[in-house]
Design a protein around this ligand. Structure first.
Ligand SMILES: *[C@@H]1O[C@H](CO)[C@@H](O)[C@H](O)[C@H]1NC(C)=O
Ligand SMILES: *[C@@H]1O[C@H](CO)[C@@H](O)[C@H](O)[C@H]1NC(C)=O
Ligand SMILES: *[C@@H]1O[C@H](CO)[C@@H](O)[C@H](O)[C@H]1NC(C)=O
Ligand SMILES: *[C@@H]1O[C@H](CO)[C@@H](O)[C@H](O)[C@H]1NC(C)=O
Ligand SMILES: *[C@@H]1O[C@H](CO)[C@@H](O)[C@H](O)[C@H]1NC(C)=O
Ligand SMILES: *[C@@H]1O[C@H](CO)[C@@H](O)[C@H](O)[C@H]1NC(C)=O
Ligand SMILES: *[C@@H]1O[C@H](CO)[C@@H](O)[C@H](O)[C@H]1NC(C)=O
Length: 731
């Protein structure tokens, strides 16, 4: 026993591990592997097909090697076998079907070495005809029929299709044969057949059609009946009685109760067995049709009926009068049904109520309410009622208006004389739309309606006379009864500059070296004004000055020859029109004192001669000497002054050659410089000892000599030495 067991073990172990002891010594190589299909690669259905796998292995030992064969169909493993013989591997496909079609490959594995054959394609043609069977071929509507469809002998992935005429009614892929339940919707004859398809990736192969079976479906002899009372004209509020039941002479409801459903539109009114009824009040609004529905098994039968309900009275409308109401004003709200069925009700039966019934509320006549407008938006509705029927109006939103506030009139941007001026009229409060009217005096110029807070009433006018601007005013109105006026327009009208004059001080003929020079630029127009003084040839203005005066000046403290030139000035204000003065040629003369010096010298010579004569006479007569002394002391101050002038000029500027003598001239009223324009200059000039000049008016002011480097050498009142002629304005 023990011996036998040992022997068996040895045999088995050598069988399962045939080469364990000789592995190390044995050498082998797989030379080739080939797959063939017998009897051919293109066979008809039910052929006994064999897939043959032939491997050639060279080995150093006579002993057969243990190898493993794998057969693939379309890359999935269909067969595996271990073998230790050198024989070919055979994979039988008895009675081949379409599903056996595909690409076959074979793989051999020996001790880790492997080799795979080329793929060989097998095509099996021909499919069996499907067979259809039904459990019954005559049914009542709603009843089921069971159908079986079989693909005899077919294997693989099979899909069954059940047809009624040429239309697929069901699909199945579960089993062969397949079973399906069919229900026919329509009464009459129905022809049924089936077919199948085998899926062989990536193709499907379709079978021929099965036998056709005709099923006859009989109509169910029951039907629902819908009755509605009253049958003639129905008014709102009438009682409606609706009955839904079954009519069938042969059918006895006691046997199998049938479900009935009574509905109106989408609302189920009642449901029950064999008979249902419902009572309701007829309403005018259309909710849909009445429907009586019968359900038995899978059979359903429906009957519908429409009931037209005549309105007893129409829905009321709520209106207000006047259409626009201001806060706190009394308005009239009217609630009214436009029409009513006079054959059923009379007008007095219709009652109206307002909601909410705010006080104070006076109902003057049916449907009319006097209401005081609140200070905020308010919603009202009203209700009309008769014979238990209530109808509500749509919501009326009363938006009380805010009276317009006193408008303000202003100018947008700048108002320039003679140019378009934009005048804005605006009220801070007030409901839209607001009408703004622009007036000048009592004349209405224009009206603008503002409907949105983003809009503005802006009028464009052209003002041609400065005083006109104050006449403008506007009116705001959002209530047809009255409008509110604004104050008069208070704005500065910018007058464009004109009449620009350049005045030279002192007179052009008297401009000498060392003198002061004033160029006064004056204009008419609205300040602020920007003045610019230019000398021809200079690139930049000599002076740019912006100020609120109608003149300004350019001042040269100590004239020299270089200041000679052609001068002009320009002015500009917010009207943006630059005006330019005439050009003035200023020529600086030398300080001409030569004649004065000569005169002085002559005078001195004369004086000396006189003195000599006097001394000579004195030497003759003592009494005459006294008289001569009194004459000397009574000399006029002019002479004294001249003497001193001459001496000081001579001492300070001995080299200067004087070619002209300045002669004082009387004041000339016609040559008065512009008053305001020269205020600064004049105030400087007038800053003299009291009594130095007469101050009758501007025209008679005497001008101090402008040569400022000489005042301290003149001890006498300046009038003595003043120029009495006034500068001539240059236009
Ligand atoms: C297979 O044979 C059928 C006839 O038996 C032929 O119609 C078909 O073309 C053949 N197919 C191939 C791939 O040889
Ligand atoms: C196929 O083989 C079966 C036995 O496996 C045999 O009965 C049948 O006759 C064979 N069919 C053909 C066509 O050879
Ligand atoms: C409705 O049916 C119930 C019972 O089925 C019956 O009592 C009632 O009178 C019926 N009403 C009408 C209006 O037919
Ligand atoms: C008035 O009714 C409208 C809708 O109709 C609503 O949007 C609004 O808020 C209501 N106003 C008031 C003040 O109740
Ligand atoms: C505003 O003006 C328009 C047309 O000019 C006019 O129809 C409307 O009644 C005016 N509105 C008021 C409140 O005056
Ligand atoms: C005009 O406006 C100015 C300043 O804007 C103000 O000082 C003056 O009082 C106003 N005049 C009138 C008449 O309102
Ligand atoms: C300048 O303004 C003053 C008053 O401010 C006026 O008397 C004078 O005539 C004006 N001059 C010119 C040139 O308009």
């Amino acid at each position: 026993m023990v011996l036998l067991r040992l022997l068996t073990f040895t045999l088995l172990s050598s069988y399962f591990h045939p080469g364990t002891e000789v592995d190390a010594q044995r050498q082998f190589t797989i030379r080739s592997i080939m797959l063939t299909i017998e009897p051919g690669t293109n066979v008809t259905r039910d052929t006994n097909v064999t897939v043959r796998c032939k491997a050639t292995v060279s080995s150093s030992s006579q002993e057969a090697l243990s190898c493993e064969y794998t057969i693939y169909k379309d890359s999935s493993t269909v067969y595996t076998k271990r073998s230790s013989t050198a024989e070919d591997l055979l994979y039988p496909l008895p009675n081949a079907k379409v599903s056996n079609s595909g690409k076959y490959k074979c793989k051999i594995t020996i001790e880790g070495k492997e080799m795979t054959s080329e793929a060989t394609k097998l095509t099996v043609t021909g499919m069996s005809k499907p067979v259809l069977q039904l459990n019954r071929n005559a049914v009542s509507e709603g009843e089921e029929v069971t159908a079986w469809c079989e693909a005899p002998g077919e294997t693989g992935s099979i899909f069954f299709y059940l047809y009624e005429d040429s239309k697929v009614i069901q699909e199945h892929s579960n089993s062969n044969p397949m079973e399906a339940k069919i229900r026919f919707r329509n009464v009459g004859l129905h022809k049924v057949h089936c077919a199948y398809a085998v899926l062989v990736m990536p193709n499907t192969f379709n079978s021929v059609e099965s036998n056709t079976i005709t099923v006859s479906v009989k109509e169910l002899s029951i039907r629902p009946v819908l009755e509605i009372f009253p049958q003639d004209k129905v008014y709102e509020g009438d009682q409606l009685s609706i009955t839904c039941n079954i009519r069938n002479a042969l059918y006895s409801p006691e046997n199998t109760p049938i479900d009935l459903y009574l509905s109106l539109g989408t609302k189920l009114l009642s449901s029950g067995k064999n008979k249902v009824n419902h009572t309701m009040v007829a309403l005018a609004k259309d909710p849909g049709d009445f429907e009586c529905r019968l359900e038995k098994g899978h059979v359903e039968k429906v009957i519908t009926k429409m009931v037209s309900v005549t309105e007893l009275f129409s829905s009321p409308t709520l209106t207000m009068n006047p259409a626009d109401v201001f806060k706190g004003e009394v308005m009239s709200l009217t609630c009214k049904s436009e029409s009513y069925a006079s054959e059923r009700i009379n007008k007095e039966e219709l009652t109206y109520t307002l909601e909410p019934s705010v006080s104070p509320l006076i109902s003057t006549k049916p449907g009319e309410f006097s209401v005081k407008a609140l200070t905020f938006d308010f919603n009202y509705t009203c209700e009309a009622q008769a014979k238990g029927i209530k109808k509500r109006s749509e919501t009326l939103t009363v938006r009380p208006k805010v009276p317009v506030s006193i408008p303000k009139i202003s100018v947008v941007g700048r108002a320039i004389l003679g140019k378009p001026v934009k005048i804005r009229c605006h009220s801070d409060f007030g409901s839209f739309p607001i009408n703004y009217t622009l007036l000048t005096g009592d004349d209405i110029l224009s009206t603008s309606t503002v409907r949105l807070p983003t809009q503005e009433a802006v009028f464009t006018v052209t003002i041609n006379k400065p005083e006109e601007i104050r006449k403008y005013m506007c009116k705001a109105q959002n209530n047809p009864k009255n409008g509110l006026p604004s104050s008069r327009l208070n704005a500065t009208l910018i007058e464009p500059l004109r009449g620009l004059t350049l005045t030279v001080l002192p007179d052009l003929t008297e401009i000498s070296e060392g003198n002061q020079l004033y160029l006064i630029c004056g204009t008419k127009g609205t300040p602020p004004v920007t003045y610019k003084f230019y000398r021809v040839g200079d690139k930049r203005p000599l002076l740019t000055n912006t100020l609120n005066e109608n003149n300004t000046h350019y001042h040269v403290d100590k004239l020299s020859k270089e200041h000679s030139g052609t001068y002009y000035c320009e002015a500009d204000n917010h009207a943006n029109n630059v005006v330019r003065s005439e050009k003035v040629i200023v020529e600086v003369h030398m300080a001409l004192w030569k004649k004065a010096v000569i005169g002085g010298v002559c005078l001195l010579v004369v004086s000396v001669l006189v003195a000599v004569c006097v001394l000579y006479i004195k030497s003759k007569r003592v009494r005459v000497v006294r008289a001569a002394v009194s004459v000397w002391s009574e000399r006029p101050p002019e002479a004294d002054k001249d003497e001193e002038d001459v001496s000081s000029v001579m001492s300070s500027e001995p080299d200067v050659e004087y070619t002209e003598v300045v002669h004082p001239q009387p004041a000339d009223a016609a040559r008065v410089p512009p008053r305001k324009g020269t205020d600064t200059v004049y105030s400087e000039l007038k800053n003299l000892p009291p009594g130095a000049a007469d101050h009758h008016d501007y025209g008679s002011v005497e001008y101090a000599e402008l040569n400022s480097d000489r005042p301290e050498i003149n001890p006498h009142p300046p009038e003595v030495n003043n120029y009495h002629d006034l500068p001539k304005p240059v236009d």
